[in-house]
Design a protein. Sequence first.
Lengths: 187, 242
Amino acid sequence: MMAPDALVKKVTLEVVGIIKNDKDIRSGDREKLIDLIGAKVLPHFDFQTMTATAVGLGWRKATPEQRARLTEEFKTLLVRTYASALAAYSDQRFDFRPLHARPSDTDVTVQVRVIQSGAQPISIDYGMEKTSAGWKVYDVSVGGVSLVANYRTEFGNLVRAEGIDGLIRNLHAKNESLERSGEQGKK
Amino acid sequence: MISRSKLILPALAILVAGCASVQNPDPRDPFEGFNRAVYKFNDGFDRAIAKPVATAYVKVTPGPVRTGVRNFFSNIADVFIGVNNLLQGKPEEALTDWGRFAFNTTFGFLGIADWATDMGLEKHDEDFGQTFGRWGAGTGPYLVLPFLGPSDVRDGVGTAFDMYTDPVSNRTPVDERNSAIALRLVSRRADLLGASRLLEQAALDPYAFLRDAYLQRRRSLVYDGRPPRERMPDEDAGPRGN
């Protein structure tokens, strides 16, 4: 099994290398970028755990179908957001921090920093858990802001106001509107 | 002169009316109704003026020029970043900040080039709000300030200190000062164009998303990226299981 920090480094450099050399992606082909993320990045994420943590209390009351739909919608939203973040990439340097963990650890934080001129480096922390299928990311923090924690309030409010199905509806509507605006952007 | 009560009463009325309309009150955000109103105002101002100006700035100025502008103001800021590091009991970091300032001001052409970063002198992010936090001050309620955006009571006081000590605002020729402040604002807004687009994309409720991100970010900054672990509200319930 590949060590978690080595895995993050390999995937980051591979994806950035592809983006650099792909004219379609560089000129704004969002679907191609999303496909690239799907092939190279998604296999290393545990979206079920991310969704469960983001939904919080409501998750326990959700049926298996609701859980599956929630996970799917949340995944779609995160991938689109991630694609926008990656599309803004312009040759920043990465600083892969040494991993502070014991070999026996099954839950680690892999730290990467993006170096930029005239500003504090941006930290990207991957919370990773060891599973039988390799290390999987269950949270990403950018500049100290955990994505999963940040969705908790929003999701909690929606579940209280409109129930689990209401949250699914809202996520679905959000994804549809993003897809529409993406199509407009291409024209 | 308007008496004080005449100003306070309408303000209170807005606050009370605002608070009454909030559905899921958040203990960190007791003034949510009021804050949402200010957020809406700021968002309108941003859409109408700040964002278009910043977008035009990105369009007409070449990348290296924008980097130079960002570096120039970033370099001036390093002086009080150092002061804040010293106040927080981090003299080594303060020396790094002042070393950056000395190096970039001379060899970096008045700070237009940030060669200190390339030399390994890392840029820090400090302000008075973080210093108060480091001294043990709690954030107090979340606040959205007109034009300035997300803040809280502690950081609002910190911002007042930041402004009071800001070398750019304290320049004497007023026209030069105003142009410099305006250019700095445009440059900062331009740097946030990507982030604001992400916020619009990622958030179901941009107000709540920005608030939570702000509070998380500030907490991380006060502890220089290593905040003590905070328990999520229902962690005992073990939401991770199936």
